[in-house]
Design a protein around this ligand. Structure first.
Ligand SMILES: Cc1cc2nc3c(=O)[nH]c(=O)nc-3n(C[C@H](O)[C@H](O)[C@H](O)COP(=O)(O)OP(=O)(O)OC[C@H]3O[C@@H](n4cnc5c(N)ncnc54)[C@H](O)[C@@H]3O)c2cc1C
Length: 302
């Protein structure tokens, strides 16, 4: 039996072949994933990890695809989605959420329960797993501020609970977890004033609608914030606001975003990213570092 047949037999409807990644990324672009899976239980994760290891098949984890650009040529191997792992529970001042729960849903539940510490993360359109992996943050609050621990399984299939206090982390980066699959996360919050929390959440959501081009597909800020500056300011000052390649454009509303305004291919987006980097480097000598993650080979087939 081929590895694909083995997976289909084990996962049934939760195993798809040639799945278009444009349906699973907020850029709404990207070619097919060779195999797209929805593992949920530890047993299912164990099965796919063992198979990938023994057959030497590349394996990727995707949450909500809101920080990934997948090549127009697609991606080989197995892509595992956490989307079906979406339980959230509150116990006193603590919240536990599975990796595929929406971060924004966790924020909403925290605010409604009068728990403070996550309200400014409202509106980040990622999963809990993606937020932990990237240490997502906004308006001066980061995922790791309120995170206490997270449960993982490594590529060898070994489970572990990692405590925040034992890890090194910083702006959009956590050290040493590249080889971990995050299964769930525990947040420790403080009691807060219900109306103030709801007001803070509303303000953040309002700010996002006002400042971000949410009317178009994107994956948020393309670049990390350079030291003592903002990527959007540099891009704007370089005269690149509104610059387009194919269906991809530097947003006119927020120059830190690239939007898919007209059926952009991933190659359009990738080329625009490179162009922006080159021009900012040429004009200001600043190397913009990508915040978004690139998957696959973007070279054009000849
Ligand atoms: C409109 C818009 C606004 C945004 N605003 C913000 C913002 O304010 N702040 C911010 O930080 N980000 C922002 N983002 C980017 C994005 O939402 C975050 O980076 C988010 O944390 C990504 O989560 P995800 O589930 O979509 O991850 P994905 O994009 O699916 O994956 C990102 C990375 O995390 C890894 N990953 C995902 N889940 C797991 C898991 N369970 N275990 C191990 N690895 C995993 C993936 O392999 C990949 O390397 C924005 C995006 C959009 C589209």
């Amino acid at each position: 039996m081929s590895y694909k047949e083995t997976l289909k037999e084990f996962f049934g409807e939760k195993c798809l072949f040639g799945e278009p990644m444009s349906s699973h990324t907020t850029y709404r672009a990207g070619g097919p994933a060779e195999v797209y899976l929805y593992p949920q239980t530890k047993e299912e994760w164990g099965f796919v990890l063992k198979l990938a290891r023994t057959e030497n098949i590349p394996l990727r984890i995707i949450g909500f695809g809101s920080n990934i650009l997948v090549s127009q040529n697609g991606i080989g191997g197995i892509t595992c989605s956490t989307k079906k792992m979406n339980q959230i529970s509150i116990n006193g001042d603590a919240i536990k959420a599975q990796a595929g729960a929406a971060l924004d849903k966790v924020c909403e539940m925290a605010c409604k329960a009068g728990l403070a510490g996550m309200e400014k993360l409202s509106g980040i359109p990622g999963s809990v797993g993606g937020a932990v992996f990237m240490n997502a943050g906004a308006f001066g609050q980061e995922t790791f501020d309120c995170l206490e621990y997270f449960d993982v399984i490594d590529w060898e299939g070994r489970p572990a609970t990692l405590l925040k206090k034992d890890l090194k982390y910083g702006y959009r980066h956590v050290e040493g977890i590249e080889n971990c699959i995050i299964l769930s996360a525990g947040f420790a919050l403080q009691k807060g004033e219900y109306t103030q929390l709801i007001a803070a959440r509303n303000t953040v959501q309002h700010n996002r609608i006002e400042k971000q081009p949410l009317e178009f597909p994107s994956a948020g800020s393309v670049f990390k914030r350079p030291a003592n500056d903002y990527a959007s300011r540099l891009i704007d000052a370089a005269g690149l606001r509104g610059l387009s390649i194919g269906g991809a454009k530097v947003s006119e509303k927020h120059a830190g975003f690239i939007v898919n305004f007209n059926h952009a291919s991933s190659l359009d987006i990738k080329q625009l990213i490179e162009r922006v980097r080159e021009e900012v480097k040429a004009k200001f000598g600043v190397e913009l570092e990508l915040e978004q993650i690139l998957w696959g080979n973007f070279e054009e087939a000849h």
